[in-house]
Design a protein around this ligand. Structure first.
Ligand SMILES: NC(=O)c1ccc[n+]([C@@H]2O[C@H](COP(=O)([O-])OP(=O)(O)OC[C@H]3O[C@@H](n4cnc5c(N)ncnc54)[C@H](OP(=O)(O)O)[C@@H]3O)[C@@H](O)[C@H]2O)c1
Length: 340
């Protein structure tokens, strides 16, 4: 098999394709011949060397694949042989073959391409947990979605619009026209505008009921201030720490210095009628049954045309460095995929 390794912490060029013998599925696992792997921002944080969950470098990153089951481990129902599937993987997804526990594997409905399927697990499960499971977004409420042009942002927009919420999104200016066409009601170029002031202006001073914030640091502080009574702030990333293409202690410290360590204390939350919650899909491995339930609901929405992954670009394995540059240069609108 071929895998893409993070050979050392550093710029995108540290990603290298290497050959290895095909793995054998263990009991309860299936081996998938991969047709597409999803790239996530966490892979970039891992490559830079600031993602604590990543196995020690050198390693093969990647949280999701789509492809076809080509071998079964002991105890797996033979009906799985040859099925088109997608899967959540605990790293190792930047590969053309991978063995995955069956609990993390989902059958692909007919008509769903491998590219679309590889774009579902991380982005849509995360957006579902944020908007529906923990954010409890309701019709008539307003959601502020940061990085709205990214994979999670577009997934969350589709879910929020389906619920009947108004969506305010932050994104680099070049993405605004396309994101408007995707249903975002109001767009803010947070790199040139103050998103807190603009959100107040858009909501006529009221604020928003839900915020999805993967930026971190001072962004959380401003977001908390702009929550309406009963508002919920969902924190789920620290992209502000990736200030460049290599690890920057200054970038990390600036993110940590801006973090509102004391603002979210229980008394403040109680008296302001506000909530703060965290989401890390990569720490949900023990919740397999729940994830299966979310997967079933999401696939139902896909069948009804409510959700539709948007693929920004597809890169070959030997172009993995370009793929990471593409995301870090803020060019993607939607999901970036790797194909063997
Ligand atoms: N906790 C979880 O379970 C979980 C799961 C999935 C993703 N996440 C987090 O959610 C965020 C978005 O992930 P994604 O996979 O949807 O992203 P993505 O598709 O890779 O999009 C990345 C976008 O983030 C924006 N961005 C913000 N700060 C950036 C920075 N410092 N460097 C480069 N781009 C930056 C850029 O868009 P603009 O320039 O338009 O803002 C960029 O195009 C990331 O922080 C990620 O770690 C968390």
């Amino acid at each position: 098999m071929r895998q893409i390794w993070i050979t050392k912490a550093g710029p995108p060029e540290v990603l290298q394709v290497k050959d290895a013998p095909d793995p054998e599925p263990k009991a309860g696992e299936v081996r998938i011949r991969v047709e597409a792997s999803g790239i996530n921002f966490a892979d970039i944080l891992g490559r830079i060397g600031i993602y604590p969950d990543l196995p020690s470098i050198p390693c093969v990153p990647g949280y999701e694949v789509a492809g076809r089951v080509e071998a079964l481990g002991q105890g797996v129902d033979t009906g799985w042989a040859g099925r088109d599937v997608f899967a959540l993987t605990r790293f190792g997804a930047y590969a053309d073959v991978i063995c995955v526990p069956l609990a993390q594997v989902f059958e692909r409905p007919g008509g769903m391409s491998a590219g679309e399927a590889a774009a579902i697990p991380v982005n849509y499960f995360t957006a579902w947990q944020l908007c529906v499971v923990m954010g409890a977004l309701k019709r008539g409420e307003t959601a502020l979605i940061h990085s709205v042009g990214g994979g999670v942002g577009i997934a969350a927009t589709q879910i929020a619009k389906h619920i009947g919420a108004t969506v305010i999104g932050t994104a680099s200016a070049a993405k605004h026209a396309e994101m408007r066409a995707h249903g975002v009601d109001h767009l803010i170029d947070y790199r040139t505008e103050d998103f807190e002031a603009r959100t107040r202006e858009i909501t006529k001073g009221r604020g928003v009921e839900l915020i999805l914030d993967p930026v971190g640091g001072a962004s959380w502080k401003k977001g908390y201030r702009v929550l309406a009574p009963t508002g919920r702030l969902g924190v789920f990333g620290i992209s502000a720490a990736a200030s460049g293409k290599e690890r920057s202690i200054a970038g990390m410290l600036s993110m940590l210095a801006g973090t509102p360590w004391l603002q979210f204390n229980p008394l403040a939350l109680m008296n302001a009628n506000k909530g703060v919650f965290g989401v890390n899909l990569g720490h949900m491995w023990g919740e397999g049954e729940r994830l299966r339930g979310w997967g079933a609901e999401l696939l139902d929405l896909w069948r009804h045309g409510v959700i539709k992954p948007k693929i920004a670009a597809t890169f070959r394995f030997d172009e993995a460095a370009q793929a990471h540059h593409f995301i870090q240069d803020r060019k993607n609108i939607g999901k970036v995929l790797l194909v063997p």
